[in-house]
Design a protein around this ligand. Structure first.
Ligand SMILES: [Zn+2]
Length: 307
């Protein structure tokens, strides 16, 4: 394609506590996610897979570079394809997720989003929904260490967000409840629910936060996300008071400190969601129309996905 290094070439394995790792793919934009893995003598727990076959294979190679113990369990933090497309490459490990994650992965299938994104080389993706589901809490064990799975709900980034928490090391794998250096995205979730999720995660008092996208960080990221979500909410209130569409409201607003985050066009999708929610729970909102408006705002398909 070009001289720019790909997400795979830039990917880094970061040890965030003894035996606990983040696999970080810069720059964390659309479909460039992080995963995590926790290693014990008897096996590995993997948190999320990647969006393409090549990215997932490279990530699994990075896991094997640390440990040749088998992957015992895979966790999906939510249903989005960048965290679940590679599930099929982890067989025969059970894939654990919130029950609505399974419903959505199984129901939506593999979507290549041809109208929204420049197309990466997806590879030969095969649908592999979660095989083991829970509602609220589940503990996994590896090498005598607990990995607590908590559903953070009812709705935040999506309807099925799960965090993985290492209580002894105070490491929190957040999935997409945290975008670090990227624009939060709640089109399929809720601004108010995402604000509530920040309080829940603050109460856990993590020493290390492994975000769903972007570099490993600390709790200061929660304040950054809160400022952005409150900005979305006030922009949505202003738009409703002035009869603006989400797209017009986004074009009218100055992103200020948030302009430097990756994927600023998410303001449009976030406004679609927030304005609908502010008008009441039965307000219709079209995800397809919202994504169309994000492309219009951006002036081009979202993101070149350098595979
Ligand atoms: Zn997501």
């Amino acid at each position: 394609m070009n001289e720019t290094p790909t997400a795979i070439e830039l990917a880094e394995t970061v040890e965030v506590a003894p035996g606990a790792y983040a696999y970080v793919q810069p720059n964390g934009t659309w479909f460039i996610n992080n995963t995590g893995f926790i290693v014990g003598d008897d096996g590995v727990i993997l948190i999320d897979t990647c969006s393409t076959e090549a990215r997932t294979r490279a990530m699994l190679d990075a896991v094997r570079a640390v440990s040749d113990a088998p992957i015992r369990t895979v966790v999906n933090t939510h249903h989005h394809g960048d965290h679940t497309h590679g599930n099929y490459l982890t067989a025969p490990a059970p894939i654990v997720a919130h029950q609505r994650c399974r419903e959505l992965v199984a129901g939506l299938g593999i979507d290549h989003y041809p109208t929204a994104f420049e197309q990466p080389d997806w590879g030969d993706l095969e649908l592999a929904p979660p095989t083991m589901t829970f509602d609220d809490r589940l503990d996994l064990w590896v090498g005598g260490r607990a990995v607590e799975l908590h559903h953070i709900g009812p709705i935040a980034h999506t309807t099925n967000d799960v965090v993985a928490w290492l209580p002894d090391d105070r490491v929190l794998y957040t999935g997409d409840l945290v975008f670090h250096q990227g624009t939060p995205f709640v089109l399929m979730g809720s601004v108010d629910g995402s604000l509530a999720s920040l309080d829940t995660m603050r109460e856990m008092d993590p020493a290390v936060v492994v975000p769903g996208h972007g570099p490993v960080c600390g709790v200061e990221v929660f304040d950054e996300i809160e400022r952005y979500l409150r900005f979305v909410r006030s922009t949505a209130e202003h738009a409703l008071a002035n009869g603006l569409t989400p797209l017009d409201a986004a074009r009218d607003t100055d992103l200020g400190e948030f302009a430097s985050l990756t994927d600023p066009e998410r303001i449009v999708g976030n406004l679609h969601r927030c304005m609908a929610d502010l008008q009441g729970p039965d307000t219709e909102m079209s995800i397809v129309a919202a994504i169309g408006d994000m492309i219009t705002y951006s002036g081009k398909p979202l993101l070149p996905c350098s595979a």
